[in-house]
Design a binder for this molecule. Structure first.
Ligand SMILES: Nc1ncnc2c1ncn2[C@@H]1O[C@H](COP(=O)(O)OP(=O)(O)O)[C@@H](O)[C@H]1O
Ligand SMILES: [Mg+2]
Length: 222
């Protein structure tokens, strides 16, 4: 396997109010370039923590994340941000779109942040997710399913090697959920980007080529 993202002995203990909560207990996990893998498991088993650590949005208590050949253990915050922006796109259950910006301006933002030329890329991504005609609308003028499609366009507009999606259909009814998953599958097939999708819905997770289960901070199958 040509690995794009790998974790070794990944461990995370949260400490709050004098209480230590072990969320990850030594996870070894590898994602190949272009692979589509789902992570399933009950609430609280560490799925979001694993995704955040893989996306360099948080730091582990122990172990390491290797992204595009770079071992990120001990690298500076600036370098982590640079690596994340170069290689990772994120989609969350809550879309985190900026409410005052149009769909198109929301999608343009990651390219602006990276100093990339904006050009037609946001409009083309919105066309790919079936929302070109609604590109001037603000988030509150779109349905929740449409907002999630905008969030996917925003995550992919920089052509990241890895898309990390945390329960992207968690707020959607089954019709919108099916549409969003059709979209993720199609964009994955067209782009060759790796997709790591967290879900506790069997139907959603079954879209992936490989299914990994988590329980109590550990992977139980790979
Ligand atoms: N910021 C935090 N502070 C303290 N505990 C946390 C924090 N985030 C998550 N946890 C705890 O870590 C464990 C794993 O959480 P999480 O990764 O969100 O699981 P999942 O996404 O599978 O529901 C849970 O016990 C949760 O309560
Ligand atoms: Mg979660």
């Amino acid at each position: 396997m040509n690995t794009i993202l790998e974790t070794r002995g990944l461990t995370k203990v949260y400490r709050a109010d004098g209480v230590a909560t072990p969320a990850l207990r030594g996870v070894d996990f590898a994602v190949g370039r272009g692979e589509f893998v789902s992570i399933m498991g009950p609430s609280g088993c560490g799925k979001s923590t694993l995704l955040y650590l893989m996306g360099l949005l948080a730091t582990p208590t122990d172990g390491t994340v290797i992204l595009a050949g770079t071992d990120t253990r001990g690298v500076s915050d600036g370098e982590r941000t640079r690596l994340r922006r170069a290689h990772i796109g994120f989609v969350f259950q809550r879309f985190n779109l900026l409410p005052t910006l149009s769909a198109q301006d929301n999608v343009a933002l990651p390219r602006r942040l990276r100093g990339m030329a904006v050009g037609d890329a946001p409009r083309e991504m919105l066309r790919a997710v079936g929302l070109e005609d609604k590109r001037r609308r603000r988030p509150n003028q779109l349905s929740v399913g449409e907002q999630q499609r905008v969030a996917i366009a925003r995550a992919l507009v920089t052509r990241p090697a890895v898309l990390l999606a945390d329960e992207p259909t968690g707020n959607l009814d089954s019709t919108s959920s099916g549409r969003v998953m059709d979209l993720v599958s199609r964009l994955h097939a067209e782009s060759g980007q790796a997709v790591v999708l967290v879900s506790h819905n069997e139907q959603v997770a079954a879209r992936a080529h490989r299914l990994v289960r988590m329980c109590d901070g550990r992977l139980i199958t790979e």
